[in-house]
Design a protein around this ligand. Sequence first.
Ligand code: PMP
Length: 361
Amino acid sequence: MSSVAQLVNHLVRPEILALSAYHVPDCTGLIKLDAMENPYLVPQVLRDEIAAIVASAPVNRYPDPNPQALKEKIRHLLGLPDGMAVLLGNGSDELIQLLAMAVNKPGAVLLSVEPSFVMYKMIATFVGMRYAGVPLAADFSLDLSATLEAIRREQPVLVFLAYPNNPTGNLFARDEVRQIIEASPGLVVIDEAYYAFASDSFVNDLANYPNLLVMRTFSKLGMAGLRLGFLAGSALWLEQLEKLRLPYNVGVLPQLVAEKLLENHSVLLQQAEQIKKDRTVLYQQLSAIAGVEVYSSEANFLLLRLADANRVFNELKRRGVLVKNLNGGHPMLNDCLRVTVGTPAENERFIEALQESIGQV
Ligand code: PMP
């Protein structure tokens, strides 16, 4: 009789055996600047209202499979015209997977740029889809001619562009993104996970391109724990994706709490404004540290490059600050760390710890 290990090796697809699971580090007792979360809770009065809503939530029932009021709120916030709809996901990660499943005919290609959000490639692997990654230019802008050439060669059915990009933080040139949308034979998804911190969006372009969808998440705006993302675009696209969505993908509590929070969208946007101001301060402080190269960002994090990132990462952790170590993830990110903008006190603690850590190197 086979051992469990033999059976696992025999039955699980080889590309899954070769993967390592998405690593989430233990953050107990650390200042958590690794995952682009909003560091602020909403004011106590609003938390009390949420507590009351949660207290009487019908958690004995399955969630509303089509929460119209919540979807209407999102439509309204975006100012979506008629004919455009939204599809809710359990975080936008789930939506990436729905999109890939929907268009994955045999041999189909998912294309993105690199370095970018790692889940595009991982989800292509999960669903057994071919993946093509086009390197960005050295300054992390798009390499437009290489990207257009790859689109011609690979004929991707699905293209993801994160706008702003993670982990580099920059917005790509709008006109170059437009050229990519126009040159693509397949669906192009502009992933605006960091929209609340950015100066531009493609939401108003949805009506101009039949192959364009915009994806957003509320994770970076103070709702990471709720897991709520959405796709916006033509109802004709979303109708098809709706068929693949598991019926109860967004739970009762996330629906109710998100609806309440979105009623108070201005509170969340004020927090985002604070984070943008603090991003500027943090950028200036990092620029002033000898040996640290910091990249400008339109997101709620900053990418930096310094000597011996592995060692600095560990030294920061020893001093109670958790950032993301990107060294080894992609050749263009050698010696790079990514730090989320926290509260002013957290950012100061990070800067102190960084100065001490660099001194130790
Ligand atoms: N897109 C981008 C570009 C991201 O950086 C992230 C989160 N790191 C996501 C999507 C996924 O967000 P969520 O699943 O929390 O909605």
